[in-house]
Design a protein around this ligand. Structure first.
Ligand SMILES: NC(=O)c1ccc[n+]([C@@H]2O[C@H](COP(=O)([O-])OP(=O)(O)OC[C@H]3O[C@@H](n4cnc5c(N)ncnc54)[C@H](OP(=O)(O)O)[C@@H]3O)[C@@H](O)[C@H]2O)c1
Length: 169
């Protein structure tokens, strides 16, 4: 099963100058809980923004640079190779963790979206793609409990049964 996990503002903004837009520790804990012991797939820019492999996870980086190396990570150069290696329906949940370019590439193949929806406009320079209500249904929504300047919600969207994800062959 292929899932995406993202935190976005009201304009679907996710980052600025290759950094996150906020620090919400409850959201970081949520991310850690869901992705621990799983495979996380990210773009080269997101990896460099994090600066090191995420512990207790298989870290996969996508780059067009064939000489790119990152200790403790697996490096891939094409979406097809990642899909055929990691996205096998019957196996465990695999997470796409960003950023914008990588979310756009994998959204057609995704089954589930974990979206932390943060109230407010943070004037981002990178964005999550639009999520069509024709294809996705909100199956869970919980208000975050941490005392932060802005309200946030943990939302889960599942692809509608009538809208199968694109199948990779
Ligand atoms: N709010 C959130 O939940 C969240 C989560 C993750 C990231 N972010 C933010 O998102 C921003 C980064 O997003 P971004 O779109 O600039 O970068 P990105 O998606 O993290 O990485 C882009 C890189 O991926 C590689 N790539 C893209 N398409 C490819 C393809 N078809 N085949 C092989 N490699 C490919 C390229 O690497 P090369 O240039 O090396 O070829 C490209 O430069 C940052 O601000 C980060 O903080 C936010």
């Amino acid at each position: 099963m292929l899932s995406m996990i993202v935190a976005m503002d009201v304009k679907r903004g996710i980052g600025k100058e290759n950094k996150l837009l906020w620090h919400i520790s409850e959201d970081l804990q949520y991310f850690k809980k869901l992705t621990s012991d799983r495979t996380v797939i990210m773009g080269r820019k997101t990896f460099e923004s994090i600066g090191k492999p995420l512990p207790r996870r298989t870290n996969v980086i996508l780059t067009r640079d064939v000489s790119y190396k990152a200790e403790g990570c697996l490096v891939y150069h094409s979406v097809d190779d990642v899909l055929s290696q990691y996205i096998k329906k019957e196996k465990e949940e695999v997470f796409i963790i960003g950023g914008e370019e990588i979310y756009r590439l994998f959204l057609p193949y995704a089954d589930r979206l974990y979206i932390t929806q943060v109230d407010g406009n943070f004037h981002a320079d990178t964005f999550f793609p639009a999520v069509s209500s024709d294809e996705w249904e909100l199956t869970s929504r919980q208000k975050g409990t941490q005392d932060t300047p802005c309200t946030y919600y943990f939302e889960i969207y599942d692809r509608k049964a009538s809208e199968s994800p694109r199948v990779h062959r």
